[in-house]
Each structure stands twice: as C-alpha cells, then as structure tokens.
Design a binder for this molecule. Sequence first.
Ligand code: MG
Ligand code: MG
Length: 266
Amino acid sequence: MIYLKSESEIDLMRESAQLVSRTLAEVAKYIEPGVKTKKLDEVAEGFIAKNDATPAFKGYGPPNNPFPATLCISVNEQVVHGFPGDYQLKDGDIVSIDCGVEKNGYFGDHAYTFVVGEADEKTMRLLRVTLESLYAGIEQAVHGNKIGDISNAVQTHCEQAGFGVVRDLVGHGIGKSMHEDPSVPNFGRKNKGKRLRKGMTLAVEPMITLGGWRIKTLEDGWTVVTSDNSLAAHYEHDIVVREGEAEILSTFDYIEQITQKEIDTH
Ligand code: MG
Ligand code: MG
C-alpha cells in the first residue's frame, strides 16, 4: 500500500528530514582520526533529543536483537547497519553514517559517506560516483515515471564506472513509518515497476562497492559487509515525487559547510 502525502504532511516530513541533515552535520564536526565511533553516536543522540525528536533506529528490529544505537556507522568494507563502538577512526577510512529520526509522527532517514583525513583517488572516485548516482536516480523520480527508471539510472551510472551495485538492500517509501511501500531497488529496468505519482515520498539510497555486489551479514545479526571485503559507499536522500522534478527533502548542505572548513575546537 503506497500512501500519497498531502502538502501539510510533506511539510512535516521535510522537518524530520532536515533534522537528520542537521544531525549528520553535527556529527561531521567530530569525524577525525582517533575518534571512537561511539562518540559520534552520543553526539547524534544528544542532538536529536535536544530537537524534541526520537532516534528511529535505536530499538528497531526483532525484539531479541534490536538495533542498539542511534546511528548506523559502517566503516570501509561495512556497507550499512554497523554498530557504533570502540573502533577509532583512522586516516584514509571511509565511514558511512545513516541516521533516522521520528518527529511529529513522521520519519526522516538519510545517510552520507565521509572521508576520515584523506583517502586515495580510487576511494574518492567511489564516493563521487555513488553520490552522482543518487542524483541520477532522483532525476528520474518524477510523476509518470516508474520505479525502474530510478533503479536503472543508479545501476547504469555505477556499473559504467566499474563498481558493484548492492542488490539485497534497497531504498523504500517513507512517511509515518520508516519503511513503507514501494521498494526502490538500485538495479532494474527502465519503465518497469510501480508508477510514480506526485505525493509519493521515497528514500533513495544507492549502496555501491569497489568490487562485487554480494554482501553478507556478520554474527551480530546487523552489520552488513561486502563479501569480497571491497570498500562500500552509501548516500541517501528523502524525496517527494512531483511533476517535472522531485523535491529533495533532506540536504547535504549543512554537512558540506562543516567538511569544507577546518574545525579547531570540539
Ligand atoms: Mg533508508
Ligand atoms: Mg537510512
């Protein structure tokens, strides 16, 4: 069942999405070699609480193994759903941070892959192509197109660059639940799948690797890694389908304001 949102609902979704954007930017201030990933989680949890919202991931999942943290922090070959913990970031790592919140009954869910210090050219190209593929997908998310148009745009862009497109995890509808219909795969054929209609709200989230598309889940039941241990990148935006051009509800602007300038004090 796909729920189309009214403009007043979209206003609330924008507020939730933007809170995630600002949370990720807050976290970005602390990303540097030597920082433990659990510190980033504390920063996010505090910031979300201060903004009268609830972390969406903490406690999510099966009752016998709920997700334990506010952020999913996935380093290097980890694709998604990594646990924050005692791992200390080091120069050259890439760290994918996914954050979800609920505010006013609506969810925001988006993600960004950061570089710690400096990474090599091959890694930077993975990040750039993955980010480009996110926008290539969103460009197709217009009224009258189909889900497959988004999927195909992401897949084509990344595979042409020689990268692997994760298939077992997909984007999704979002709204009063974090995951709603429809699924938004990052691979597929043009003009296939459900038709996009204005008012559909989607989380588009390419998960792309330097190697193959296969993944596996670690024994903790959550952390997803590439099967070939290649590096993985993940960017996610929340969008609303409109006529002519989708509106992106989340933004990376706040993050980029932080990452493009030196932070002296924490
Ligand atoms: Mg998502
Ligand atoms: Mg997410």
